[in-house]
Design a protein around this ligand. Structure first.
Ligand code: AHG
Ligand code: MN
Ligand code: MN
Ligand code: MN
Length: 335
């Protein structure tokens, strides 16, 4: 009989991959799983629970917050705080990081960065949204209050990263640096089951995802690349197919499974693009590389960027190595 592996079993089984692990990372991943089930439950009933629509407030990045942005933020923060595995958290929705400094957190060595609800402009029109998380070990001394520097580490220092996609099914996808695995939620049973073991980008891809409405603002290299993907060439299957939802998680997940490239370049009105390095790009870059792909800002590997601000933005290109390398050559003026 086929054995159905739950996320909980998988986490415990893979704990042995960490020579220093004492179970805290496993417990932290389990807490994320628990919070995700609660958020999933809210999202599924959003239209019935009077929780669609806007809050009437802006976050630090000037975005109009949706009610579910705040609900998802509160659920993740309170669940993670209550369980004592982390000593601090930073969120897209909060101006400052939050230090957890009660007795139960004093030995905690991990911090979390989170985009609690990704694609929130899609929530009211019933299109897929997500949650993105990124986990680091603190670098300040254990026992003391966390500092900003704990949150401003390069993506290469991530211990784990992943996302929830609340789509036709709810799937949790994560990596601890040993490949990428996906677990589909069975709402009847209340558990996530391994459904996408060792995800790898297909070698060749034919999908490109970019908000082409901003075309006029893009750098010349990106404009040339977009024209190139639209030209006919039977050899590599061009013209490629355009797919873009406005939820990074949805565009990323599809491109990783089917083969594609995602671009959010800088524009003349947004010199660093829109996506946030710490809450969106670093975790997605870690997953990309672990699935055999490539993630850059146009010229530099995303995970090598040294962050200077919690909410900093970066141009972001990720996907199949082959596709991203060609885009990189266009941007560098070498194609
Ligand atoms: P969030 O909902 O967390 O603020 O993220 C929105 C992001 C990302 O999910 C998406 O890819 C991008 O914004 C879409 O931006 P445009 O509407 O400018 O295309
Ligand atoms: Mn937002
Ligand atoms: Mn987002
Ligand atoms: Mn968000």
């Amino acid at each position: 009989m086929e054995r159905h592996i739950t996320l909980g079993e998988f986490i415990i089984e893979n704990q042995k991959d960490f020579p220093y692990a004492k179970g805290e990372l496993s417990a932290l991943l389990s807490s994320i799983k628990l919070a995700a089930k609660m958020v999933n439950e809210k999202i599924n009933k959003a239209g019935l629970s009077q929780i669609i629509g806007k809050m009437g407030t802006n976050n630090i990045q000037g975005e109009n917050q949706a009610k579910l942005d705040i609900i998802a933020n509160d659920i993740f923060i309170s669940t993670l705080k209550n369980r004592g595995e982390i000593c601090g958290i930073a969120s897209e929705e909060l101006e400052h990081y939050v230090a957890f400094d009660e007795d139960m957190h004093k030995d905690a060595k991990y911090i979390v960065l989170i985009d609690p609800l990704d694609g929130s402009s899609n929530i009211d029109v019933d299109i897929t949204v997500g949650t993105i998380f990124s986990i680091y070990r603190r670098i300040s001394p254990a026992g003391a209050k966390v500092k900003k520097e704990d949150f401003l580490q390069p993506g290469d220092s991530q211990v784990a990263a992943g996302y929830l996609i609340y789509g036709t099914s709810t799937i949790l996808v994560y990596t601890t640096g040993n490949g990428v695995n996906g677990f589909t939620f069975d709402p009847g049973v209340g558990s996530f089951f391994l459904s996408h073991p060792q995800i790898r980008y297909p070698e060749h891809g034919k999908i490109y995802s970019v908000n082409e409405g901003n075309y006029v603002h893009f750098p010349d290299g990106v404009k040339k690349y977009i024209k190139w993907v639209q030209q006919i060439d039977e050899k590599d299957g061009r013209p490629f197919t355009s797919r873009y939802t406005g939820s990074l998680v949805a565009d990323f997940h599809r491109n990783m499974l089917l083969g594609g490239i995602y671009l959010y370049p800088q524009g003349t009105t947004s010199p660093n693009g829109k996506l946030r390095l710490l809450y969106e790009c670093n975790p997605m870059a870690f997953l990309t590389e672990q699935a055999g792909g490539k993630a850059i800002d146009g010229e530099t590997r995303i995970m090598e960027i040294i962050p200077s601000e919690l909410h900093e933005r970066t141009p972001f290109i990720c996907g199949n190595s082959e596709m991203v390398s060609i885009a990189e050559r266009f941007i560098g003026g070498n194609y």
